[in-house]
Write a protein of this length. Structure first.
Length: 388
């Protein structure tokens, strides 16, 4: 009677270790890579990564029903399934002894590599810093993600900022704004829109806002761009409600509007704006010099290098560092790369990458090499014993 539960568990492990699951995962992975590679001709790298690789499922949008239908497993799902399959195969098929130590180490390193890629996809953060000569900053900005911010500018010493990420903005949702008397209600959300001032040709125009400049802005929703170099104009209509439940008005916000919108309430001064999401740091960076070289007789970049002054958490000067195309800066768990430059030769663009799983591929590759060597010498030893 006591052996029956163990027998059932063993059958489950054998089922999970099936070679058919392995082949199915490999086939689906090949399909994802093939489709993603082909689609990069029409869509940017970021859009393809989000649609096929940094997701649990690939969705097919049904616009008429306002529904996204899952039609294929994404890279996250395939990684988890393959990890379970690999673990089950290791448990059920290999003996835990010295002869099989190399094979076990190889399987462990592959599982470790899959976990590392999952961690990278879920938790890595990429952002950018754009600096003019002499400019100092303590934050980087996301190239794609945006945020809605409410800023209390009353105190001349500091600004109190409350941020709502783009992914949390949904029509009809309400957010109690901390450290303020407001509740923010989202009326409309357009992931991308064309904005223009109202003209005499806009017959039947209905404004989406009654405060700020929104009353004169015509909003035409358009499909989000698939190209990395094109910026979408996230456009949102919001209402602010006080503690007594009274509406203070509605505002139209968009990163397509050049300036933030200001208002006052109960002796406090506020700003509303949609901007690229920011990642603040305790340290600061100043661009002291930018060196930009091109090939003679052309406009093709040869090399570019940023000389920066690094300030620590107390905003005290730490050291001067050069960041070039092949010489990044590693600091406080982040890597700063020289990514691009602006017109005029006085603007530098740094790519900032925070990846908690960056060492996993190196460790995993080393373990695979060690496992292969162990297996080779183990087989060689057995061969020599039989030969002798």
């Amino acid at each position: 009677m006591n052996n029956r539960p163990q027998l059932k568990q063993f059958k489950i492990i054998q089922a999970l270790a099936s070679l058919r699951i392995t082949i199915a995962c490999l086939f689906c992975t090949i399909v994802l890579v093939l489709i993603g590679t082909l689609e990069q001709t029409d869509s940017g790298v970021f859009a393809v990564q989000e649609r096929y690789f940094r997701c649990w499922f690939v969705y097919w949008p049904i616009e008429s029903l306002d529904l996204n239908l899952a039609i294929f497993p994404g890279a996250y799902s395939l990684s988890v399934i393959f990890l379970i399959n690999l673990s089950a195969a290791t448990i059920s098929r290999f003996r835990f002894n010295r002869k099989g130590a190399g094979i076990l180490l190889i399987h462990f390193s592959l599982a470790f590599l899959l976990l590392g890629e999952l961690v990278t996809g879920l938790f890595s953060v990429e952002s950018q810093i754009t600096l003019e000569l002499g400019e100092v900053t303590n934050y980087s900005q996301s190239p794609h993600a945006k945020e809605l911010i409410l800023v209390d500018t009353t105190d001349p010493e500091y600004d109190q900022i409350v941020s709502i990420p783009e992914k949390l903005l949904r029509s009809g949702k309400r957010y109690k704004i901390p450290h303020s008397p407001f509740t923010l209600q989202v009326r409309h959300v357009f992931p991308n829109a064309e904005l223009s001032y109202r003209s005499e040709h806009d017959v039947g125009f209905t404004p989406l806002a009654n405060r700020g400049i929104g009353g004169e802005i015509v909003v035409r929703p358009v499909a989000p761009s698939q190209q990395d170099h094109i910026v979408d104009f996230l456009t949102v209509s919001i209402a602010l409600i006080d503690e007594q439940g009274r509406s203070l008005g509605t505002w139209l916000l968009s990163n397509g509007l050049s300036a933030s919108q200001v208002f006052s309430f109960s002796g406090h001064h506020y700003e509303l704006q949609i901007r690229r999401a920011r990642h603040y740091e305790e340290h600061s960076i100043q661009l002291s010099e930018f060196i930009h070289e091109i090939h003679a007789g052309t406009n093709v970049p040869k090399s570019f290098c940023s000389k920066i002054n690094l300030f620590n958490e107390k905003q005290e000067f730490d050291r001067e560092i050069s960041i070039s195309m092949n010489q990044p800066l590693h600091y406080k768990g982040k890597t700063y790369y020289q990514a691009s430059y602006g017109e005029g030769g006085n603007v530098s663009v740094l790519q900032v990458v925070e990846n908690p799983g960056k060492w996993v591929p190196y460790i995993s590759s080393s373990l695979v090499a060690i496992g292969l060597l162990m297996q080779f010498f183990s087989s060689l030893s057995q061969f020599r014993k039989k030969k002798g």
